[in-house]
Design a protein around this ligand. Structure first.
Ligand code: ADP
Ligand code: MG
Length: 242
């Protein structure tokens, strides 16, 4: 579903991604972890064309992200993205947040979009909040709305960039529970997260990044089952978070 091949990216002379290669198969859940500044957000944003890259290639469901012929807004409409800070439209109600892109980008009619959005809002347990505004919801609720909004576009895969790291600790699980459910339903997911409980539960593979490079990319069982076999940098990192 997602193929990242020898991708490198520079900001001026600073190399932020260094020859990254990996892939996410249909239905797979891949967790990306690594120290702050290691390039995780940049890598995940290159997948839906939010960050350009200078070398290598990325294809999503066969569409080349780097090709000038690719319609990036069309591609983005098929790739769900959930950010650390929810990024809901603050001036729109939850219902409107869930429907605006369906109408404007997918061309659905209003009723159809509302019905579709409400279905996902119900799934994340927030149907009763439809008429509220984002600022009236807790962080955990806002993030669940952001996930419902992404799902209402019927994405072929989902990208998550530290979806729980801006949340108060008591709200982390309500968001992770939604993500676990999605994983169990077979959604293809690439998740930047340090929630290793989540990784142990649903990840197929774990990627560890350091200084712009993919240092580890292995099956979950291998990653957690044999930590002494991991690179020095990965072990140091894991010793701080496990
Ligand atoms: P992570 O998500 O792993 O914390 P990022 O992908 O956000 O890492 O950032 C990787 C590196 O790139 C960091 O050193 C960061 O300072 C740098 N960086 C990110 N965005 C920019 C930018 N727009 N211009 C210059 N450097 C940037
Ligand atoms: Mg980041």
């Amino acid at each position: 579903m997602i193929e990242i091949k020898n991708v490198s990216k520079w900001y001026g002379t600073f190399q932020v991604l260094n020859d990254c290669t990996t892939n996410v198969k249909k239905g797979e859940v891949v967790v990306v972890c690594g120290p702050s500044g290691s390039g995780k957000s940049t890598l995940i944003k290159t997948v839906n064309g939010l960050e350009p890259f200078q070398k290598g290639d990325i294809t999503v469901d066969g569409t080349s992200v780097g090709s000038p012929k690719t319609n990036l807004s069309k591609l983005r409409s098929r790739v769900g993205m959930v950010f650390q800070n929810f990024e809901l439209f603050p001036h729109l109600s939850i219902r409107e947040n869930l429907t605006i892109a369906q109408v404007k980008v997918l061309g659905r009619n209003k009723e159809e979009a509302v019905a579709h959005g409400m279905k996902y809002l119900e799934r994340v347990g927030l149907k009763a909040q439809a008429d509220k505004f984002p600022g009236q919801l807790s962080g955990g609720q806002q993030q669940r709305v952001a996930i419902a909004r992404a799902l209402s576009m019927d994405p072929i895969c989902m990208l998550f960039d530290e979806p729980t790291s801006a949340l108060d600790p008591e709200m982390v699980n309500e968001v992770l529970d939604v993500m676990v459910e999605l994983a169990h339903e077979g959604m293809t997911m690439m998740c930047v997260t340090h929630e290793m409980g989540f990784a142990r539960k649903v990840a197929n593979r774990v990627i560890f990044m350091d200084q712009g490079a993919i240092v580890e990319d292995c099956e979950k069982e291998e990653f957690f089952g044999n930590i002494s076999a991991r690179s020095e940098r990965a072990r140091q990192f894991l010793s701080k978070i496990l």
